[in-house]
Design a protein around this ligand. Structure first.
Ligand code: 1GP
Length: 241
């Protein structure tokens, strides 16, 4: 049963906007998780995403387990590779990198993850992942060896998102990349959200309340913020419930 996905769909219908904090296991100290989550719970955060392009210290499992001990928010893995999959989470964004033409991230990683996922209790949410130029070379770009789509090519972004929907993805994620200089432009979010029937996630480079609201007003259903919270936890307190 897709409990979390149903909730996202319902939120979209009710125009209730969702906000995920992205936790990169390479960047968080385990001891800091309890304090960090006190701030998360004071803010309007609705989801926790955990993952990164790499998991150099193989901390994914312990990070997810510790987070689960300190929150009742839904925890979804946002994995950079099949090695990051852990049963400790509630669900997984089962990503295909639709903007790229690297078979490794279109299907190979997905096939390699099946052994872990075939008897899983994780909720699997098929997600079309679209990398968009955020003005700097991002980790996703380096690791996936793919090029992002230019923000000038809004038609290509729209067609890629719709190709994802037509091929059965349940979510589309417009990603400017972690630490992007330029977030996905509201005009692009608007163009995609006006045609897309499935929920739209937007992330990468969002650092202020005004950018967050601009993404929501343009039609993002769920926004993901990582770097801005890592660098300035006080930003969580600006987004009070
Ligand atoms: C990256 O979209 C997320 O995968 C979040 O990006 O770290 O720039 O907030 P930031």
């Amino acid at each position: 049963m897709q409990t979390m996905y149903k909730h996202i769909i319902q939120a979209k219908k009710d125009n209730q906007k969702l906000l995920a904090v992205l936790i990169d296991p390479d960047k968080i100290e385990i001891d800091h998780i309890p304090d960090f989550f006190k701030k998360v719970h004071a803010a309007i955060i609705t989801h926790v995403f955990v993952g990164g392009s790499t998991d150099a210290e193989k901390k994914m499992e312990i990070v997810v387990q510790t987070i689960k001990q300190h929150t009742h928010l839904p925890v979804l893995i946002f994995p950079g590779s099949h090695e990051q999959i852990t049963e400790a989470a509630d669900g997984i964004l089962f990503l295909s990198l639709l903007s790229g033409r690297n078979p490794k991230y279109l299907i190979e990683q997905q096939v390699q993850s099946v052994e872990k996922l075939m008897d899983t209790s994780l909720e699997i949410i098929p997600t079309g992942y679209i990398l968009i130029d955020g003005g700097v070379e991002t980790a996703v770009q380096r690791v996936s060896e793919t090029k992002p789509i230019s923000q000038d090519k809004s038609e290509e972004i729209l067609y890629t998102a719709l190709a994802g929907q037509f091929s059965g993805k349940q979510l589309v994620y417009l990603e400017a990349g972690s630490g992007a200089k330029k977030a996905v432009k509201p005009e692009i979010i608007q163009k995609v959200s006006s045609k897309l029937q499935i929920p739209l996630i937007v992330g990468g480079g969002i650092r202020s309340k005004s950018q967050l609201n601009a993404a929501y007003n343009a039609g993002a259903d769920l926004v993901v913020i990582g770097t801005a919270f890592e660098e300035n936890e006080a930003f969580l307190l600006e987004l009070k419930c």
